[in-house]
Design a protein around this ligand. Structure first.
Ligand code: ZN
Length: 257
């Protein structure tokens, strides 16, 4: 039997509205392949197309997770539910989402919900399991809609994904792991304050001290500033390996040592 691995494939690295609506970068979220468990994370616009391009099989998905209902994280959730359930012919898979993505002005269509094995509502401080993978949503983020970040634990690795939020003082303390993924929309702090900026990402990386940090979800100011160069500079400044995600990139956690 082949050895089990944990990988993350970025189906997009675009963040916020303008990079997404012009598709300067793809916006399909990420495919987490954690041993035998397949999770689709934040399926934004074009997710279905990126999945097909990568020849990934949605019928193998165990779960779809939405960090929040903003369109750049959720636009393709319905078609991906249909794909995960073989067009609604097989009752399978779990959707995890905040209550406000399911109840008020919901982004998950009602007629698709019976296709799913179950729907689980995310809440601050709660833990969830999918096969032998568990994750927690340690704190509600500061963002205009209900939003959570994640700490995942597989039998092999612990990693965190800090999704959209404005910075707050105890934010880094909620996250840990050998790998830290951060949505960094803005190059500089300032209004609008609903997203993290590069200096704030640096503060988080220095406090969490992962082996590797991956920056993604780039807004226009980050994209124009060449994220790979910014990541290289952060690596030199912090002594921690910082990578800028690229559309289609697969990161294998075996690299973490
Ligand atoms: Zn958002």
């Amino acid at each position: 039997m082949a050895e089990l691995t944990d990988t993350i494939t970025f189906l997009g690295t675009a963040g916020a509205r303008f990079v997404v609506i012009h598709q300067f970068l793809a916006s399909g979220g990420a495919w987490l392949n954690l041993g035998n468990t397949q999770i689709l994370f934040d399926p934004g616009p074009g997710c279905l197309v990126q999945v097909a391009k990568k020849k990934l099989d949605p019928m193998k998905l165990d779960a779809i997770i939405l960090s929040h209902k903003h369109l750049d994280h959720s636009a393709d959730v319905n078609i991906m539910i249909e794909a995960m359930t073989d067009g609604g012919t097989k009752k399978r898979g779990v959707v995890f989402a905040p209550a406000d993505a399911l109840n008020q002005d919901p982004v998950v269509l009602s007629y698709l919900r019976p296709y799913l094995e179950r729907i689980q509502t995310l809440a601050a401080g709660a833990s969830y399991t999918i096969n032998d993978v568990s994750f927690t949503t340690p704190v509600r983020h500061r963002h205009p809609v209900e939003t959570y970040g994640f700490v995942f634990q597989t039998p092999r690795h612990i990693f965190s994904w800090i999704t959209d939020t404005r910075y707050f003082d105890d934010l880094p303390g909620y996250y840990r792991g050998d790998l830290l993924i951060i949505n960094v929309v803005r190059l500089k702090p300032g209004a609008p304050l609903d997203h993290l900026s590069l200096p704030e990402a640096r503060t988080i990386i220095e406090q969490v001290k992962p082996r590797t940090a991956i920056l993604t979800h780039f807004g226009m100011t980050m994209w124009r500033a060449k994220p790979w160069e910014l990541a290289q500079k952060l690596t030199e400044e912090t002594g921690i390996s910082v990578i800028a995600a690229r559309d289609g990139m697969t990161f294998d956690m075996a690299q973490l040592g």
